[in-house]
Design a protein around this ligand. Structure first.
Ligand code: ZN
Ligand code: ZN
Length: 370
């Protein structure tokens, strides 16, 4: 029997758990074990597995040691086989053509804010899913509960992203490019929670409302319009702020953070005016694939289509396995009648970056609204 790669098996388990919104505590054991073993020469791992010595390594527990022993012995670990059967199924059907058209993801988080994994792990997973590019969009300073990045930390992150890309050219990331970005809070007056100088340097700016979600419709509309009119805004993130509990997902499996959110109603705003402004300014309306958000609702996707909006079909992933959620957003885009050519992350990288730099750049003249 040929030995399998135990590090790859541990990572695959973590990926599948993340994909089902499993609690981060359980996932962490597998990611920690994978990171610990990745430091060791494979021959040492094999020797430790055959002598029962794995349990002496910091970061390896009983369950993870059992996975590694089976993997080194050439069998598919039982835990992994069970998970593949339960959690490895397609998330949506009839969406393969649209999913295949997506070249990237414009909304993702790392452990620099409230994500669960380091930047390079997110990038490697995105590249492994076939993406040509993915934007790292960690939270902004005022979202302290999510450890939002100050201007200084964001500047440091830009250097880290540059390093990941430099490495990628030589190593396994290949042609993949990690884009710089932010999910910037839309403050209650419509201002954006980061310096214009920094926002201007980033490849992708997703602007989202995370506070005072229940302000009166008039005020919320003015707030969103101000953010859309800000020339730095590229994508309007999860516009209604709602939380649904999707019946495809077991509520008990929601992570602590999302479980405490429970269902949450949509924010009230004048969607016709907001989408008209997005269409006029060339700001993309996000179709957020998170199973507990599924934002915007279908009737608003249809309204945005009729307003002539661009879209960005994103995962809002806070862990590597969540990068695989795009089929959920694809199903909703198709139901809402979205033309794939109007989804900015179906565009080649050069077109995407030309658009984020200047929203009048829209490949396919049908998306001109003037
Ligand atoms: Zn977050
Ligand atoms: Zn958000």
């Amino acid at each position: 029997m040929t030995a399998r790669d135990p590090v790859a098996d541990l990572r695959r388990i973590a990926f599948l758990l993340e994909r089902t919104l499993e609690s981060s505590y359980r996932i962490k054991a597998f990611r920690t074990a994978a990171a610990a073993l990745a430091q060791l020469p494979p021959d040492d791992v094999a020797l430790l597995a055959s002598t029962g010595g794995l349990r002496g390594i910091k970061g390896i527990g009983e369950r993870t040691a059992a996975v590694v022993e089976q993997s080194v012995g050439g069998e598919v670990p039982g835990y992994l086989a069970d998970l593949e059967a339960q959690a490895g199924q397609p998330l949506a059907t009839g969406v393969d053509h649209l999913r295949a058209a997506l070249r990237g993801d414009l909304h993702t988080h790392s452990d620099w804010s409230d994500g669960g994994s380091p930047i390079d792990e997110m990038a490697a997973t995105a590249a492994g899913l076939g993406h040509e590019y993915t934007a790292l969009t960690d939270h902004s300073p005022r979202l302290t509960v999510a450890n939002g990045l100050t201007a200084d930390r964001l500047r440091r992150q830009l250097a880290v992203v540059a390093g990941v890309n430099d490495q990628g050219v030589n190593e396994q990331l290949g042609p993949f490019r990690l884009l710089t970005g932010i999910e910037v809070d839309i403050l209650s007056d419509g201002g954006l929670d980061q310096t214009p100088e920094l926002l201007g340097q980033l490849d992708v700016v997703v602007a989202s409302v995370h506070s005072e979600l229940r302000m009166p419709a008039d005020a919320m509309t003015r707030r969103m319009l101000a953010a859309i009119e800000n020339p730095h805004t590229d994508v309007l993130g999860h516009c209604t702020g709602r939380y649904v509990i999707n019946r495809n997902f077991d509520n008990d499996k929601l992570s602590g953070r999302t479980r405490s959110g429970k269902a949450r109603p949509e924010s009230q705003f004048d969607a016709e005016r907001v989408f008209a402004a997005c269409a006029e300014r060339g700001v993309a309306v996000e179709i957020n694939s998170r199973p507990e958000r599924l934002d915007p609702p279908i009737r608003l996707i249809e309204l945005a289509v009729s307003a002539g909006c661009l879209f960005s079909l994103d995962t809002d992933a806070h862990a590597p396995g969540q990068l695989d959620w795009q089929p959920l957003g694809c199903a909703r885009a198709l139901r809402g009648g979205v033309d794939p050519a109007s989804i900015v992350n179906t565009w080649p990288l050069a077109d995407l970056l030309a658009w984020t730099a200047d929203h009048s750049h829209r490949p396919g003249s049908r998306f001109w609204t003037s």
